[in-house]
Design a protein around this ligand. Structure first.
Ligand SMILES: O=C(O)CCC(=O)C(=O)O
Ligand SMILES: [Fe+2]
Length: 286
């Protein structure tokens, strides 16, 4: 499990981030992130985690869709609801948000003071419309370096006609969002390609990169866990910080508290800001 360097570390942030990248052999993934705007790490998580996450997501979607429990391989009953706020559904999601490959790549993209924004699942069934190409950075302007990035874990094999992740290689350099219908539609955009991968792989995409998903043309479910991280000054998509319990903090390393934003001094009330938190964040992550 990756841990952010502790407060006593003598190393600069740059040394820590590139140290992790070298230790984990992720150098080629950094080049891909720069050139294409995304990169795939195979076998990022073990099979038991994949299976556990599927179960929990199917539990939540069953509950919210008010349907019979869908079978992963045979469901043909139409659209189902998304999974979200998954961090609070099961500790397996605490583990996945701290995945060492993803954290190392995210630190490269977003800096070590990044926070968790959402743990979400796009549940795709036969008949769902394709997900239009979009960028994930929801701030007013796209930026370099980016302020938002997503790690999308495949929980089933991704294949084009089974609802694979779609991406436009190099679109991270365009510095604008897709607008024309021919740019947005994954089937019309001639530069869009499917990212086919095995369950347990993760695709890390920077916030400027155009991506979406193909239609699922066969029965069964296309499930993922999409973990979004952002810079600490940006409003997170989910109320992560507000939902964290003491037992979640107790069973995780201290770096988890930073990741879920509880050490951010912003958002104070009548009692005033707790600058000891500001100090710990800035001194730890220069
Ligand atoms: O896999 C998908 O359905 C695409 C999801 C997406 O847009 C994302 O993870 O940011
Ligand atoms: Fe997205």
């Amino acid at each position: 499990m990756a841990e952010l360097a502790d407060a006593s570390s003598e190393l600069s942030s740059r040394e820590v981030v590139f140290g992790d990248i070298n230790r984990l052999g992720l150098e080629k993934h950094i080049v891909e992130l720069e050139e294409r705007g995304y990169t795939v790490v195979e076998n990022a998580i073990p099979k038991d985690m994949v299976e556990r996450m599927r179960e929990i997501i199917i539990d939540q979607t069953t509950d919210k869709s008010d349907s019979d429990r869908p079978n992963l391989d045979t469901w043909d009953g139409g659209k189902l609801r998304e999974g979200c706020y998954l961090l609070f559904e099961d500790p397996v999601f605490e583990k996945v948000v701290q995945n060492e490959y993803t954290v190392a790549l995210m630190h490269y993209l977003l800096g070590r003071s990044m926070v968790l924004s959402t743990v979400y699942s796009h549940v795709r069934a036969k008949g769902d419309t394709p997900l239009p190409l979009h960028t994930d950075q929801w701030t007013y302007r796209l930026t370099i370096p980016v302020e938002v990035a997503v790690a999308n874990y495949a929980l089933v094999d991704y294949e084009r006609d089974k609802g694979a992740f779609a991406a436009v290689p190099g679109s991270n350099h365009l510095m604008r969002r897709p607008v024309h219908p021919d740019e947005i539609d994954v089937y019309k955009n001639r530069d869009c390609i499917p990212l086919e991968m095995k369950a347990g792989s993760v695709v890390v995409t920077s916030g400027n990169t155009w991506h979406g998903a193909y239609e699922r043309k066969v029965p069964g479910l296309r499930l993922n866990t999409a973990v979004v991280y952002c810079r600490s000054y940006i409003q997170t998509q989910e109320k992560i910080r507000e939902g964290i319990t003491q037992s979640m903090l107790d069973r995780n390393p201290p770096s988890f508290a930073d990741l879920v934003g509880v050490n951010n001094f912003l958002g104070f009330d009548r009692n005033g800001p707790d600058f000891s938190k500001a100090k710990s964040l800035t001194s730890r992550y220069d």
